[in-house]
Design a protein around this ligand. Structure first.
Ligand SMILES: NC(=O)c1ccc[n+]([C@@H]2O[C@H](COP(=O)([O-])OP(=O)(O)OC[C@H]3O[C@@H](n4cnc5c(N)ncnc54)[C@H](O)[C@@H]3O)[C@@H](O)[C@H]2O)c1
Length: 254
């Protein structure tokens, strides 16, 4: 059987409910598509309500579109409280919402720009996991996947705020994994390099060309490749890793 046919035949998430942030676009959207294809029902969160509706429109009753700003702690609590009585349970959380923020030397980054990237990429990841984890712990089973970046390790020139948030997500993941050890809830992160999404429009052409040149496999990653790793980390098969960070960089991050 070809790998893609084997994947299509899998129903690993039958009966599971997942929450995906950044669900309107890119890696988050690809993760929603794959989770639904494999039997999950998904709470799809994003700040972009129109594109979230388009995502839900594709999947019908399997996806509930809930426009949420992941920097808003009160909105996170309210939105979860609205969904969970009807949906009954929560098993999986994928923290995909993120922005690049300013491109330039750190001294040109304004405090407001710095705070915005921190709020979305790092605080948002913390807030969503914080609100959701009690529901996973109640099941005695759960998976949380945080999307960091190779920038966490590399600290790329001109991306100081982004790199700092992604290093923060890696550290947060390590601590969350230990805090939840023994509950049945596993927490892991991935560090993608260049995945072909709209996020790349937030980078300069020079940065993108240089980043591509540093990938030993010689190409950008695909959304299918990102969704494959993320959903494996959401599955029962991923059972002996927590607090860990998984490379998805075509060799660049190693
Ligand atoms: N594409 C890559 O090459 C790459 C590489 C490394 C890491 N990542 C990370 O992967 C994650 C997904 O990125 P992507 O490439 O799919 O980008 P994308 O721009 O396609 O998707 C990001 C989504 O996050 C949403 N979002 C932004 N701010 C939000 C907020 N405050 N609240 C809720 N949603 C918000 C956006 O509306 C968008 O739909 C990000 O955390 C990004 O840093 C991407």
């Amino acid at each position: 059987m070809q790998p893609q046919h084997a994947a299509a035949a899998m129903r690993r998430f039958e009966g599971r409910v997942a929450l995906v942030t950044g669900a309107a676009s890119g890696i988050g959207r690809a993760t929603v598509d794959r989770l639904v294809r494999e039997g999950a029902r998904v709470l799809a969160w994003d700040i972009d309500a129109a594109r979230l509706d388009a995502c839900a429109g594709t999947h019908g009753a399997a996806v509930l579109a809930q426009p949420v700003d992941v920097t808003d702690a009160a909105a996170i609590d309210t939105t979860l409280a609205q969904a969970l009585p009807a949906w009954g349970r929560l098993d999986i959380v994928v923290n995909g919402a993120g922005i690049v923020g300013p491109n330039g030397p750190f001294w040109e980054t304004t405090p407001a720009q710095w705070d915005r990237v921190m709020q979305i990429n790092l605080r948002g990841t913390f807030l969503v996991a914080r609100a959701a984890c009690q529901h996973l712990v109640r099941n005695g089973w759960g998976r949380i996947v945080n999307i960091a970046s190779v920038a966490a390790n590399e600290g790329p020139k001109n991306l100081s705020a982004y790199a700092a948030t992604k290093a923060g997500v890696v550290g947060l993941t390590k601590a969350m994994g230990k805090d939840l050890a023994g509950t049945g809830v596993l927490v892991n992160a991935i560090t993608p390099a260049l995945i072909a999404t709209e996020l790349l429009q937030q980078l300069t052409p020079h940065y993108k060309a240089a980043a591509l040149a540093r990938i030993p496999l010689g190409r950008a990653g695909t959304l299918d490749e990102a969704a494959a790793l993320i959903t494996w980390l959401c599955s029962e098969e991923a059972s002996f890793s927590t607090g860990a960070t998984f490379d998805l960089s075509g060799g660049r991050g190693l």
